[in-house]
Ligand binder design. Structure first.
Ligand SMILES: Cc1cc2nc3c(=O)[nH]c(=O)nc-3n(C[C@H](O)[C@H](O)[C@H](O)COP(=O)(O)OP(=O)(O)OC[C@H]3O[C@@H](n4cnc5c(N)ncnc54)[C@H](O)[C@@H]3O)c2cc1C
Length: 277
């Protein structure tokens, strides 16, 4: 399905952002291959937009949202999953199949593709720990099988060594021991410390070495500080909330203000985890 002049605010969990020239949801890998063979515009692959801010000027190209590539199968304890499948669905699926290790994913709103690109993590686990292999597609529509050593994997990043390739599926192995905490307990823990249910992108900044971004922001007395409709959460200082029709510029200006304040107070540079396009 191809649409034109689509507002990205409805595809990003911050509920703000500019327009994209074209917006495409492929029904299958084959239709994506055919689309990319003909496409000459810049592409941006997205999942649930839970870590994404598109500037107010918008994206001059085609946003490709993979949520219909949501297949999920299991054979000999190896899970094969489409990049558009949600992490919540994956977490429930592993639990039903008596496999363990994916419990932490229940707390991360996103898709497999986004979690691969971000090396999403929580409660001491990271997504790439469980990856056997991935399928990628390049901008010409060619499909490849890749392995973890084809990527530079680190804290909240997985940089492909082969440029211009995007995730379309993954093979995962979950063989950990049963987690001491149930999915329900992990979600309760999350809800107690994060402003769940309000429009946000999760943690805005990566934790610098030996520090917690939230602590540095809180110690700068910035909790509750707003620019336009964008506010620093009173519940968790590393969360920005779209409180009142914030523009993408409000969010970005607030990010700059936090970075400058923390730099002048602690001489520490905060790097965004949020992807700004
Ligand atoms: C309330 C809340 C809590 C959160 N908690 C956590 C947490 O505990 N831990 C954590 O790590 N994150 C957390 N996040 C951030 C976010 O959920 C994760 O980064 C998630 O993995 C993003 O997935 P997505 O599918 O929404 O990706 P998007 O936000 O759509 O995209 C994120 C990045 O991945 C790229 N991308 C998306 N799909 C693909 C693809 N198929 N191929 C290549 N690149 C792709 C995008 O271009 C973009 O650069 C939280 C967010 C919210 C709103």
């Amino acid at each position: 399905m191809l649409r034109y002049n689509e507002s990205m605010a409805s595809h990003c969990s911050l509920r703000t952002g500019g327009m994209t020239d074209e917006f495409y949801i492929p029904e299958s890998i084959q239709t994506l291959v055919e689309f990319l063979r003909k496409n000459i515009k810049p592409v941006l692959f997205v999942g649930l937009g839970s870590n994404l801010l598109i500037r107010d000027q918008g994206f001059k190209g085609v946003v490709i949202k993979l949520t219909q590539l949501n297949s999920l199968t299991i054979k000999n304890s190896v899970i094969n999953i489409g990049a558009g499948t949600t992490l919540a669905k994956l977490s429930r699926f592993t639990s039903t199949n008596n496999l363990h290790g994916a419990e932490f994913l229940s707390a991360i709103p996103g898709t497999v593709g986004g979690a691969l690109a971000m090396n999403a993590g929580a409660f001491g686990f990271e997504f790439w720990q469980f990856i056997n292999s991935v399928q990628t597609i390049n901008t010409s529509g060619e499909v490849y099988q890749r392995y973890p050593n084809d990527f530079d994997i680190g804290y909240r990043q997985a940089i492909p060594k082969h440029k211009d390739e995007y995730f379309i599926s993954a093979e995962l192995i979950f063989n950990h021991e049963k987690s001491k905490q149930s999915i329900k307990q992990l979600l309760t823990q999350r809800n107690a410390s994060q402003p769940i249910g309000l429009p946000s992108c999760g943690s805005v900044f990566k934790n610098p070495d030996n520090h917690f971004a939230a602590q540095l922001i809180e110690q700068s007395n910035l909790k509750g500080f707003c620019i336009g409709g964008a506010c620093i959460s009173n519940k968790h200082a590393n969360f920005i909330i779209n409180n009142n029709n914030a523009s993408a510029s409000d969010v970005e200006n607030l990010i700059s203000h936090i970075q400058q304040t923390v730099k002048s107070n602690f001489n520490i540079d905060l790097e965004t985890e949020l992807k700004i396009i």
